[in-house]
Design a protein around this ligand. Structure first.
Ligand code: CAA
Length: 381
């Protein structure tokens, strides 16, 4: 077993880390306060090839693989988890068009994500009434001649305010209530009847975009169907298996950043005449955090490596990575604040932002409970 990164993986990691430290670090805290979407930095990610880390060269991607993608997401998340999620969901949209799209769809959309013509891509699965139970969603797409007519509402759509393309999941067969009646359709912003809602006021990831969508008799040519009719749920689940590796990587980045800040603090802070790093109570918190983050990294690398090797299904490994890494990152961020005491509770330190940002990682792209369900079903097979 070889744990050494390839030269290409090291390079992508270095590029993402350099950009995060040199550019994102300057404005991340301020953007969190003002809720500004850092569009110039997001466009820069496309120029650096980070919007298509696992996309073939022929469509403008970096073709560096899933491990490299995970490393990049972690490095960005160490500094700005908002930028990381914007990058992750854009990569997910590009990848899923690459995996299921026709040659025409790939040339039309992936290249525009890669060159930054589309600032981001977005994924429209969740609805106000259907989150975990994605297979029951009720947005409809009814064929009328050569056009699908889409009606319904979507919720919590990451990147929605800046997306050049949306992958929208809708029920094309009303007679089938569950997962098999769903299809995936590519929809562009600006299409008549398609309204992008206002930005949500979130606890964290405040400089990322999260909106609702509404579709009122939106007509989309049938050539925009992704895959076949009825494939929608499998497309969504395939996308989420990959996406969960991304969220796990984001969680890892946030956890590592929290641990780094706490470590620096305890080496300076004195109480009872000594640096608090000398107290075992602190060392145990550091030890638990470092060990659990390393274990999370291993689970993430395993899932990324499996996907990269072309495994048909890696749902269990992706779910384990997301479940463990994001729960760990939440624990680590909590302990880090404990070590900083009152200072950790103020906006003067980045930790407070990490603590808010990390909270959603056990919720989006499938809650921890959904990951447990996926893992549990696999164990029982
Ligand atoms: N890959 C391929 N196919 C899959 C699959 C996968 N990972 N998971 C399920 N399927 C297939 C099944 O094999 C089955 O097909 P067959 O009947 O042909 O065998 C079909 O899909 C239905 O599967 P299930 O019966 O398992 O479906 P279910 O209704 O029980 O749901 C679930 C399973 C795991 C709970 C799923 O609904 C799920 O993951 N829910 C969570 C949804 C989610 O993660 N939402 C996040 C929103 S997106 C987001 O957050 C993005 C963002 O903006 C940041």
């Amino acid at each position: 077993m070889n744990f050494k990164l390839t030269e290409e993986q090291e390079l992508i990691k270095k590029v993402a880390s350099g950009f995060a430290k040199d550019i994102l670090a300057k404005t991340a805290a301020e953007e969190d306060k003002t809720k500004r979407f850092p569009i110039e930095n997001i466009k820069e990610l496309a120029k650096m090839g980070l919007m298509g880390v696992n996309i073939p060269f022929e469509y403008g991607g970096s073709e560096a693989g899933v491990v490299a993608y995970s490393l990049a997401a972690t490095e960005l998340a160490k500094v700005s988890a908002s930028v990381a999620v914007t990058m992750m969901v854009t990569n997910m949209a590009a990848e899923i068009i690459n995996y299921f799209g026709t040659e025409e769809q790939k040339k039309e959309h992936i290249t525009k994500i890669m060159d930054g013509t589309y600032v981001t891509g977005a994924f429209g699965l969740s609805e106000p009434e259907y989150g975990s139970d994605a297979g029951s969603l009720k947005t409809t797409a009814t064929l009328d001649g050569d056009y699908y007519v889409i009606n319904g509402n979507k919720a919590w759509i990451t990147n929605g305010g800046y997306a050049g393309i949306f992958i929208v999941f809708a029920r094309t067969n009303k007679d089938i209530k569950g997962a098999k009646g769903l299809s995936a359709i590519l929809v562009k912003p600006g299409t008549e009847g398609f309204t992008i809602g206002k930005e949500e006021n979130k606890m964290g990831l405040k400089s990322s975009s999260t909106v609702s969508l509404s579709f009122d008799n939106v007509r989309v040519h049938k050539s925009n169907l992704l895959g076949k009719e009825g494939d929608g749920f499998k497309i969504a689940m395939t996308a989420l298996d990959g996406g969960r590796i991304g969220v796990a990587s984001q969680g890892l980045g946030l956890g590592l950043a929290a641990l780094e800040d706490a470590t620096a603090y305890v080496k300076e802070r004195k109480q009872f005449g000594r640096k608090i790093a000398e107290f075992q109570a602190i060392q145990w918190m550091l030890a638990d955090s470092a060990t659990e983050l390393e274990a999370a990294r291993m689970l993430i690398m395993q899932a990324a490596f499996l996907k990269e090797s072309g495994a048909k299904r890696f749902s269990k490994e992706a779910a384990m990575a997301k479940y463990f890494a994001t729960e760990t990152a939440n624990r680590v961020a909590g302990k880090a604040i404990q070590m900083l005491g009152g200072y950790g509770y103020t906006e003067d330190f980045n930790l407070e932002r990490y603590y808010r940002d990390v909270r959603v990682t056990t919720i989006y792209e499938g809650t921890s409970q959904i990951q447990q369900l996926v893992i549990g079903r696999e164990v029982l097979k």
